[in-house]
Design a protein around this ligand. Structure first.
Ligand code: UT7
Length: 335
């Protein structure tokens, strides 16, 4: 029986910083509202016409992660690509990343679990490694939200929150069972699928149908979020799934060296911090600078925490996410 362990991390954020004041110039919002309700000060948006896309941003983050891991792309046995905003409707962004990395053939799988995508991907990679089937797996989360947001006042409740970016992690086989991914805990509840969703374009709302309707009030191709409902479910599910991971490993909240919650809303992270009685140094947040980058948010935060020397060998690290689906999950790691 093998364990799996993260041995390299990388992140990439587009250069273009969009502040709350920038948004207030194009829609009916304010720095005060955004900071009070979400904790966000600024986010990064891809510049239209630049070469940034989910796969190219993932490529940049992956190169850093591979370099830090000390392994070549050719040594990868598998790519798992978490995104809700793939480059193309099909095929998935995983194959595009594979080509950019110069790997002629390997399994490349997109994981469409939205904000929980990185947790699901880590859990999947962990199982492939534990089973002995693969040794080295690249897991990435990357999103281009900005191109598809309603940047008018109509879309303000959603569009001020989301940002673009990518994060990557290289996992490998670990023979010492005291280190690495200890457990993952995954859930979904499709009853709430439409509470945080993008309906069109899809097979329920094909592009020709949208074009034929030619309706300026058509919002079906912008993301929809029932914010208050998502918020209420998020704080409950975050708490449950972190508790489950702690119990499973016989850990207590005081044992957590660092909790890295999916960066959905600073108020959600603060609620969870309070619920578990964690100090500021036990929780890492960077939503202030990047907004909510969905599947990319945990790997970006994990990378940044590692770069800031907040993660040391032997530390107990907890990752947790909640989002569209609804989906949620946690991963418990001994670094
Ligand atoms: O990552 C995936 C998971 N996503 C989440 O976890 C997000 C969960 N939800 C949230 O983070 C929060 O619900 C939001 C940040 C989206 C919204 O905050 P809220 O405190 O729930 O605000 P609200 O939707 O109840 O809106 C309050 C008011 C409304 O005005 P009225 O009806 O009280 O007059 C909105 O129209 O704020 C208004 N509003 C805004 N005002 C200024 C909504 N968006 C904005 C805005 N700027 N951007």
């Amino acid at each position: 029986m093998f364990n799996s362990r993260i041995i390299g991390l990388g992140k990439y954020l587009p250069d273009n910083v969009v502040t709350n004041d920038d948004l207030a110039k194009i829609m009916d919002t304010s720095n005060q509202w955004i900071v009070e309700r979400t904790g966000i000060n600024e986010r990064r948006h891809i510049v239209k016409g630049s070469d940034d896309s989910p796969s190219t941003m993932a490529f940049k983050a992956s190169k850093i992660a591979l370099n830090r891991a000390g392994i070549k792309a050719s040594e990868l046995d598998m790519i798992l690509f978490a995104t809700l905003s793939p480059d193309l409707y099909f095929p998935g962004s995983g194959v595009l990343l594979q080509e950019l990395l110069g790997i002629s053939t390997c399994p490349s799988m997109d994981i469409r679990m939205q904000c929980s995508g990185f947790i699901y991907s880590i859990a999947t990679a962990d199982q492939f490694i534990k089973s002995g089937m693969y040794k080295n797996i690249l897991v990435v989360g990357a999103e281009n939200h900005s191109g598809g947001l309603d940047m008018s006042s109509r879309g303000r409740a959603v569009s001020v929150i989301f940002g673009d970016g990518a994060g990557a992690a290289v996992l490998t086989r670990e023979n010492d069972e005291n280190f690495g991914i200890k457990s993952s805990h995954l859930y979904s509840e499709g009853k709430y699928a439409k509470e945080l969703s993008l309906i069109g374009p899809s097979t329920q709302r094909w592009v020709p149908e949208i074009m034929d309707a030619n309706d300026p009030n058509d919002e079906s191709y912008f993301p929809f979020m029932n914010g208050q409902m998502v918020f209420k479910h998020a704080i409950t599910r975050f708490t449950e799934v972190i508790n489950e991971g702690l119990k499973f490993n016989n850990w207590e909240s005081k044992d957590i060296n660092l909790l890295i919650p999916h960066q959905a809303n600073l108020r959600i992270s603060q609620f969870v911090q309070k619920k578990f009685g964690l100090s500021d140094s036990q929780v890492f947040n960077n939503i202030m600078n990047y907004g909510n980058t969905t599947a990319a948010s945990i790997p970006i935060a994990l990378t940044e925490a590692w770069e800031k020397n907040k993660i040391k060998p032997g530390d107990k690290i907890v990752l947790a996410a909640f989002g569209s689906g609804f989906t949620w999950g946690s991963t418990m790691i001994v670094w």
